[in-house]
Write a protein that binds this ligand. Structure first.
Ligand code: GRF
Length: 219
Protein backbone atom coordinates (compact mmCIF):
# COMPACT_ATOMS: atom_id res chain seq x y z
CA UNK A 1 0.00 0.00 0.00
CA UNK A 2 1.41 3.38 -0.92
CA UNK A 3 1.99 6.00 1.77
CA UNK A 4 -0.48 8.89 1.57
CA UNK A 5 1.07 12.15 0.35
CA UNK A 6 2.18 14.43 3.14
CA UNK A 7 0.06 17.55 3.52
CA UNK A 8 1.70 20.81 2.47
CA UNK A 9 1.81 23.25 5.38
CA UNK A 10 2.55 26.97 5.43
CA UNK A 11 3.34 28.62 8.77
CA UNK A 12 2.42 32.27 9.40
CA UNK A 13 4.63 34.03 11.94
CA UNK A 14 5.40 37.47 13.33
CA UNK A 15 7.97 36.87 16.07
CA UNK A 16 10.61 34.55 17.40
CA UNK A 17 9.17 31.47 15.78
CA UNK A 18 9.78 28.85 18.44
CA UNK A 19 6.47 27.12 17.66
CA UNK A 20 7.32 27.27 13.95
CA UNK A 21 10.66 25.65 14.77
CA UNK A 22 8.88 22.89 16.71
CA UNK A 23 6.68 22.19 13.67
CA UNK A 24 9.68 22.15 11.33
CA UNK A 25 11.54 19.78 13.67
CA UNK A 26 8.58 17.40 13.87
CA UNK A 27 8.11 17.46 10.10
CA UNK A 28 11.77 16.52 9.59
CA UNK A 29 10.64 12.96 10.36
CA UNK A 30 9.53 11.46 7.01
CA UNK A 31 6.79 9.59 8.89
CA UNK A 32 5.19 12.89 9.99
CA UNK A 33 2.05 13.40 7.87
CA UNK A 34 2.88 17.00 6.91
CA UNK A 35 5.79 18.93 5.44
CA UNK A 36 6.50 22.61 6.06
CA UNK A 37 6.78 24.12 2.59
CA UNK A 38 6.81 27.85 3.33
CA UNK A 39 7.03 30.34 6.19
CA UNK A 40 5.22 33.64 5.68
CA UNK A 41 6.13 36.53 7.95
CA UNK A 42 4.68 40.03 8.22
CA UNK A 43 7.72 41.50 10.00
CA UNK A 44 11.04 41.82 8.14
CA UNK A 45 12.93 41.83 11.48
CA UNK A 46 11.31 38.71 12.97
CA UNK A 47 13.64 36.12 14.46
CA UNK A 48 11.57 33.37 12.87
CA UNK A 49 12.99 34.20 9.43
CA UNK A 50 16.57 33.19 10.23
CA UNK A 51 15.36 30.04 12.02
CA UNK A 52 13.29 28.96 9.00
CA UNK A 53 16.10 29.72 6.55
CA UNK A 54 18.59 27.76 8.69
CA UNK A 55 16.22 24.80 8.53
CA UNK A 56 16.05 25.11 4.75
CA UNK A 57 12.44 26.27 4.63
CA UNK A 58 11.51 28.92 2.09
CA UNK A 59 10.54 32.27 3.64
CA UNK A 60 8.32 35.02 2.26
CA UNK A 61 8.05 38.46 3.86
CA UNK A 62 4.72 40.22 3.42
CA UNK A 63 5.09 43.45 5.39
CA UNK A 64 1.63 44.57 6.48
CA UNK A 65 2.83 48.20 6.51
CA UNK A 66 3.04 48.08 2.71
CA UNK A 67 -0.71 47.48 2.41
CA UNK A 68 -3.41 50.10 2.80
CA UNK A 69 -5.95 47.82 4.45
CA UNK A 70 -6.45 44.33 5.85
CA UNK A 71 -8.19 43.04 2.72
CA UNK A 72 -5.26 43.74 0.40
CA UNK A 73 -2.76 42.37 2.95
CA UNK A 74 -4.81 39.19 3.35
CA UNK A 75 -5.09 38.87 -0.44
CA UNK A 76 -1.29 38.93 -0.67
CA UNK A 77 -1.00 36.28 2.04
CA UNK A 78 -3.63 34.18 0.29
CA UNK A 79 -1.72 34.43 -3.01
CA UNK A 80 1.47 33.28 -1.26
CA UNK A 81 -0.39 30.33 0.24
CA UNK A 82 -1.94 29.34 -3.07
CA UNK A 83 1.40 29.68 -4.87
CA UNK A 84 2.89 27.17 -2.42
CA UNK A 85 -0.02 24.76 -3.02
CA UNK A 86 -0.80 24.94 0.68
CA UNK A 87 -3.12 22.35 2.19
CA UNK A 88 -2.99 23.51 5.83
CA UNK A 89 -2.13 26.90 7.36
CA UNK A 90 -0.57 27.05 10.84
CA UNK A 91 -0.65 30.37 12.68
CA UNK A 92 2.31 30.42 15.07
CA UNK A 93 2.57 33.72 16.89
CA UNK A 94 1.06 35.55 13.90
CA UNK A 95 0.04 38.90 15.34
CA UNK A 96 -2.43 40.14 12.71
CA UNK A 97 -6.19 39.85 12.80
CA UNK A 98 -7.40 38.10 9.65
CA UNK A 99 -10.44 39.24 7.69
CA UNK A 100 -13.58 37.08 7.77
CA UNK A 101 -13.29 36.39 4.02
CA UNK A 102 -9.75 35.02 4.41
CA UNK A 103 -10.73 32.93 7.44
CA UNK A 104 -13.74 31.54 5.59
CA UNK A 105 -11.64 30.57 2.57
CA UNK A 106 -9.29 28.54 4.81
CA UNK A 107 -12.05 27.24 7.07
CA UNK A 108 -11.12 23.91 8.68
CA UNK A 109 -7.72 24.12 6.98
CA UNK A 110 -6.20 26.76 9.29
CA UNK A 111 -5.14 26.18 12.90
CA UNK A 112 -3.73 28.43 15.62
CA UNK A 113 -1.93 28.06 18.93
CA UNK A 114 -2.97 30.24 21.83
CA UNK A 115 -1.24 30.45 25.20
CA UNK A 116 -4.21 29.74 27.47
CA UNK A 117 -6.81 27.08 28.12
CA UNK A 118 -9.47 28.53 25.84
CA UNK A 119 -12.10 29.82 26.19
CA UNK A 120 -10.35 31.43 29.18
CA UNK A 121 -8.00 34.33 28.53
CA UNK A 122 -8.50 35.13 24.87
CA UNK A 123 -6.32 37.92 23.53
CA UNK A 124 -3.00 39.21 24.82
CA UNK A 125 -1.07 39.04 28.12
CA UNK A 126 -2.60 35.68 28.98
CA UNK A 127 0.03 34.71 31.57
CA UNK A 128 -0.24 37.93 33.58
CA UNK A 129 -4.03 37.66 33.48
CA UNK A 130 -3.93 34.03 34.63
CA UNK A 131 -1.76 35.03 37.60
CA UNK A 132 -4.07 37.95 38.34
CA UNK A 133 -7.06 35.56 38.34
CA UNK A 134 -5.27 33.19 40.77
CA UNK A 135 -5.98 30.12 38.63
CA UNK A 136 -4.00 27.03 39.58
CA UNK A 137 -4.03 25.51 36.10
CA UNK A 138 -3.11 27.44 32.97
CA UNK A 139 -2.04 26.07 29.60
CA UNK A 140 -2.33 26.28 25.85
CA UNK A 141 -4.72 25.35 23.08
CA UNK A 142 -4.50 24.45 19.39
CA UNK A 143 -7.76 25.15 17.59
CA UNK A 144 -9.25 25.61 14.15
CA UNK A 145 -9.50 29.30 13.29
CA UNK A 146 -12.78 31.16 13.12
CA UNK A 147 -13.36 34.85 12.38
CA UNK A 148 -13.79 35.71 16.07
CA UNK A 149 -10.37 36.03 17.72
CA UNK A 150 -9.15 32.92 19.61
CA UNK A 151 -12.36 31.03 18.84
CA UNK A 152 -12.90 27.76 17.03
CA UNK A 153 -13.08 24.00 17.50
CA UNK A 154 -10.40 22.80 19.93
CA UNK A 155 -7.97 20.14 18.70
CA UNK A 156 -5.56 19.69 21.63
CA UNK A 157 -5.01 21.41 24.96
CA UNK A 158 -2.25 21.08 27.52
CA UNK A 159 -2.71 22.04 31.15
CA UNK A 160 0.22 23.57 32.97
CA UNK A 161 0.37 24.15 36.73
CA UNK A 162 0.78 27.62 38.16
CA UNK A 163 3.52 27.39 40.78
CA UNK A 164 3.97 29.62 43.84
CA UNK A 165 6.23 32.51 43.01
CA UNK A 166 5.53 32.35 39.27
CA UNK A 167 5.93 35.55 37.31
CA UNK A 168 4.36 36.07 33.90
CA UNK A 169 7.77 35.17 32.46
CA UNK A 170 8.28 31.89 34.34
CA UNK A 171 4.71 30.83 33.62
CA UNK A 172 5.09 31.77 29.95
CA UNK A 173 8.21 29.63 29.67
CA UNK A 174 6.41 26.62 31.17
CA UNK A 175 3.46 27.10 28.83
CA UNK A 176 5.73 27.58 25.81
CA UNK A 177 7.38 24.20 26.45
CA UNK A 178 3.91 22.65 26.39
CA UNK A 179 3.06 24.56 23.19
CA UNK A 180 6.05 22.96 21.50
CA UNK A 181 4.66 19.54 22.47
CA UNK A 182 1.06 19.96 21.42
CA UNK A 183 1.37 21.95 18.20
CA UNK A 184 3.08 19.11 16.31
CA UNK A 185 0.59 16.65 17.89
CA UNK A 186 -2.34 18.73 16.69
CA UNK A 187 -0.92 19.26 13.21
CA UNK A 188 -0.28 15.53 12.86
CA UNK A 189 -3.86 14.78 13.89
CA UNK A 190 -5.28 17.25 11.35
CA UNK A 191 -2.89 16.36 8.50
CA UNK A 192 -3.54 12.64 8.86
CA UNK A 193 -7.30 13.19 8.92
CA UNK A 194 -7.58 11.84 12.48
CA UNK A 195 -9.00 15.16 13.73
CA UNK A 196 -11.97 16.43 11.77
CA UNK A 197 -14.51 19.16 12.39
CA UNK A 198 -18.03 17.86 12.88
CA UNK A 199 -20.46 20.68 13.47
CA UNK A 200 -18.40 23.04 15.56
CA UNK A 201 -16.40 20.47 17.49
CA UNK A 202 -13.43 18.29 16.69
CA UNK A 203 -13.89 14.55 16.48
CA UNK A 204 -10.81 12.35 16.74
CA UNK A 205 -11.22 9.33 14.47
CA UNK A 206 -9.33 6.70 12.58
CA UNK A 207 -7.86 4.59 15.33
CA UNK A 208 -4.98 5.30 17.65
CA UNK A 209 -5.14 7.46 20.71
CA UNK A 210 -6.53 10.98 20.33
CA UNK A 211 -3.92 13.56 21.32
CA UNK A 212 -4.40 13.89 25.05
CA UNK A 213 -4.30 16.95 27.20
CA UNK A 214 -1.54 16.59 29.75
CA UNK A 215 -0.07 18.46 32.66
CA UNK A 216 3.34 19.86 31.92
CA UNK A 217 5.85 19.08 33.29
CA UNK A 218 4.73 15.53 34.07
CA UNK A 219 4.82 14.55 37.76
C1 GRF B 1 3.28 31.76 21.62
O1 GRF B 1 3.08 31.83 23.00
C2 GRF B 1 1.98 31.57 20.92
O2 GRF B 1 1.09 30.76 21.63
C3 GRF B 1 1.45 32.98 20.87
O3 GRF B 1 2.57 33.78 20.58
C4 GRF B 1 3.74 33.12 21.05
C5 GRF B 1 4.65 32.96 19.88
O4 GRF B 1 5.89 32.44 20.23
N1 GRF B 1 0.37 33.07 19.91
P1 GRF B 1 6.85 31.89 19.11
O5 GRF B 1 7.00 32.99 18.06
O6 GRF B 1 6.26 30.64 18.55
O7 GRF B 1 8.17 31.64 19.81
Amino acid sequence: MSTPARKRVAVLVSGGGSNMAALIAAAADPAFPAEIVRVICNRPDAGALAKAAAAGVETVIIDHRSYSDRETFDAAVDAALVAAETDIVCLAGFMRLLTPGFVEKWRDRMINIHPSLLPSFKGLHTHARALEADVTLHGCTVHFVRAEMDMGPIIVQAAVPVIDGDTAETLAARVLAAEHRIYPQALAAVASGRAVVDGERVVHTGGGEPPAAFVWPPA
